[in-house]
Design a protein around this ligand. Structure first.
Ligand code: FEO
Ligand code: CA
Ligand code: CA
Ligand code: CA
Length: 639
């Protein structure tokens, strides 16, 4: 087993692996393939042609393609100001910041963070992440009125409570839970911009909302029995949407919320693999709510790490955790279809963890017609990337390969409850923190951000360490998402060539730590970054020229990348959604003003130490928010 080297000073918890397996790391696999690319980066025509071929790949140069490419805006420079910048000719409007009532007339935002838990449960949560726009009405009407559904990844206890995280109380835990989960708001474009409007569908799903389970790990499974009824979804990062009109959200770093003061508690192997520990992520909820005491209530943690399906059109619908899609630190649930079957891609965002896909086992329409969920019936696969540029999807099926009773797996439910260990056993490829996954609308190529990592020692992560991350791309064999073989390449190695000559962006498109990733209908690839606040703006970490987090657009046909937006201090840029006419874009700005090594730390006495975006009121505090972006001439975004 090759232990990764210590990464960089001031690492984040998810930059540290909890994978003890000997599985080949993506880095070692990619190194051999990538050594050709880096050796060729000497400025020769051959090098340029190779690089362009790599960045454009199989999508390249369709006959008759517009030689001007897909990107029609003037790029914006990098930034380190506490502001949000978009290209000339575009305008922005901030909507639904944390604390906005989800129904007009609901409890008003209190600038000093003085809202109660009960009020927070009727307001938009904190830390906006994945998002989708569901149009209401046909044609143009649907581009002016719709449901904006978004999830709230985590909370900043320095900003959530007037007295910060100091003494943990039941009311503070309740408010923290209420600031998590999902918001459904109805929005409408009126003469003076987009607004939240009264809606019977408006709702909050929080860390305390009743939920249920379906699939092989059913609601009555003994591993899910706990002192309290099943409730809540936590750490919802990235998202997806289904062909049948529902929202799917992902439970990522849920382990952080559990802890214990019990000196005798030791994690099981499975708990250890998921990073559960006595100290957790430092939230200290277990001091005030036994639900989160891992020693007293261990099964409660088994209720997290799933994909959660929510019907935004039915406010009475109970959120369902779809266990067939596995249990890990899900980031992304990118749902597509092939041959009538549903396919969902998902990454496990921790250093050294894996990329997965779920393939439905028959027509999703037939399942729906029979009253079954297409997400309850199918096979979960994990990816192995080989250094000849091919890859294999390895099924996680009980009684197949090593996933037997003799191998320590009782049944299919056990395989899914312990997905990471099952994937270890079948020989998946360790990756540099898989985050979002996007499917090209025309050629079906699949793109995945590997945000950064220790690099392991192989080819799919060709740098060791890999502080800037990269985007990997694969083509399913036969362009069929249900296939079990694929061909892969690296779309781009992010970074600043000043610090790392292997970095491929030029001076005009510097970026690092790619995270959010989505295609628009024209095939523009929208890349959002999440440089850790331990590295953002810091020369010592190679991020001073890259500056604040940003969003860029790439044209996969030409390999061109342009920077479209830069965010305020301490924030990442995350969820993205469009109206069907693509004349309105919604972008999530998450955790502005969070503690950063470069700018300082907010606290009860100075919540504005890092940022005061977007309100900039003298007594306010920074708030995650959704930003509406439109062209001043009303044109299609990005053209
Ligand atoms: Fe929540 Fe992996 O970003
Ligand atoms: Ca992310
Ligand atoms: Ca991230
Ligand atoms: Ca983040």
């Amino acid at each position: 087993m090759s232990a990764p080297p210590p990464v960089f000073p001031g690492f984040d918890p998810d930059e540290v692996s909890s994978n003890p397996s000997d599985n080949p790391p993506f880095g070692a696999v990619a190194a051999r393939r990538m050594s050709r690319r880096t050796a060729l980066r000497g400025g020769t025509a051959a090098a340029a042609a190779f690089l362009l071929a790599a960045r454009t790949g199989t999508a390249a140069a369709a006959p008759g393609a517009d030689p001007r490419g897909l990107l029609g805006f003037t790029p914006v420079p990098t930034a380190d100001d506490d502001t949000l910048v978009v290209p000339d000719g575009y305008e922005t409007q901030v909507i639904i910041p944390w604390g906005t009532p989800v129904r007009p007339g609901g409890p008003a935002w209190c600038p000093g963070a003085g809202n109660t838990a009960a009020e927070q449960a009727e307001q938009v949560g904190m830390h906006h992440d994945g998002m989708h726009y569901f149009p209401l009405g046909p044609g143009d009407e649907g581009s002016r009125r719709g449901l904006l559904v978004l999830n709230h990844e985590y909370i900043d206890q320095d900003l959530l409570f007037p007295d910060g995280p100091a003494a943990m109380t039941p009311e503070k835990v309740a408010k923290a839970l209420a600031a998590h989960g999902v918001s459904v708001v109805e929005v409408e474009q009126r003469g003076d911009g987009w607004q939240v409007v009264a809606s019977p569908r408006a709702r909050r799903v929080t860390g305390a909302t009743p939920v249920t389970f379906s699939g092989p790990v059913g609601a009555d499974h003994p591993a899910l029995r706990s002192a309290n009824p099943p409730m809540g979804t936590l750490n919802n990062c990235s998202s997806g949407f289904t062909p049948w009109g529902t929202y799917v959200t992902c439970e990522e770093n849920w382990n952080n919320y559990f802890g214990t003061e019990d000196p005798d508690w030791r994690p099981t192997a499975a708990q250890d693999r998921y990073g559960l520990s006595a100290t957790g992520g430092g939230f200290r909820w277990h001091l005030a709510d036994p639900r989160f005491d891992i020693a007293a209530n261990g099964n409660e943690a088994n209720r997290f790490g799933w994909i959660v399906e929510i019907d935004p059109h039915d406010p009475a619908a109970v959120p369902v955790k779809r266990t067939a899609l596995g249990r890990f630190k899900h980031e992304s649930c990118t749902v597509t279809e092939s041959r009538g079957r549903v396919v969902a891609y998902s990454g496990d965002d921790q250093d050294g963890d894996y990329v997965y896909k779920f393939v439905g086992d028959g027509s999703w329409r037939a399942h729906r017609a029979a009253g079954r969920s297409p997400l309850d019936h199918g096979t979960l696969y994990v990816a192995r990337f080989d250094d000849d540029g091919t890859g294999t999807w390895l099924p996680l099926l009980h009684d197949a390969g090593p996933l037997t009773r003799a191998g320590g797996f009782a049944d299919q439910a056990d395989v899914l409850l312990r997905t990471r260990e099952a994937a270890d056993a079948v020989g998946a490829t360790r990756m540099d923190r898989p985050e979002w996954i996007a499917v090209h609308p025309d050629n079906r190529d699949v793109y995945c951000t590997l945000t950064n990592g220790s690099g392991w020692d192989s080819a799919v992560s060709p740098r060791r360490p890999n502080p800037y991350g990269h985007i990997v791309r694969w083509t399913e064999r036969g362009r069929d998402h249900t296939a079990t073989a694929f061909d892969w390449d690296i779309f781009i190695l992010a970074g600043d060539p000043l610090h790392d000559p292997a970095s491929e962006p030029g001076e005009d498109d510097l970026f690092g730590s790619p995270d959010g990733l989505s295609f628009d209908a024209d095939g523009r690839l929208w890349i959002r970054t999440d440089v850790s606040n331990s590295a953002q703006n810091l020369a010592a970490r190679g991020y001073e020229r890259i500056g604040n987090n940003q969003m860029l657009a790439a044209d996969p046909r030409t390999g061109e990348i342009r920077r479209f937006l830069t965010g305020p201090r301490g924030a990442e840029i995350s969820g993205l959604a469009f109206t069907p006419d693509r004349r309105t874009m919604f972008v999530n700005v998450q955790h502005p003003g969070e503690a950063t090594a470069a700018w300082g730390a907010p606290g009860p006495r100075n919540p504005r130490a890092v940022s005061n975006w977007p309100d900039f009121t003298p007594d306010g505090r920074p708030r995650s928010a959704t930003v509406v972006v439109r062209r001043r001439d009303g044109g299609i975004i990005g053209t």
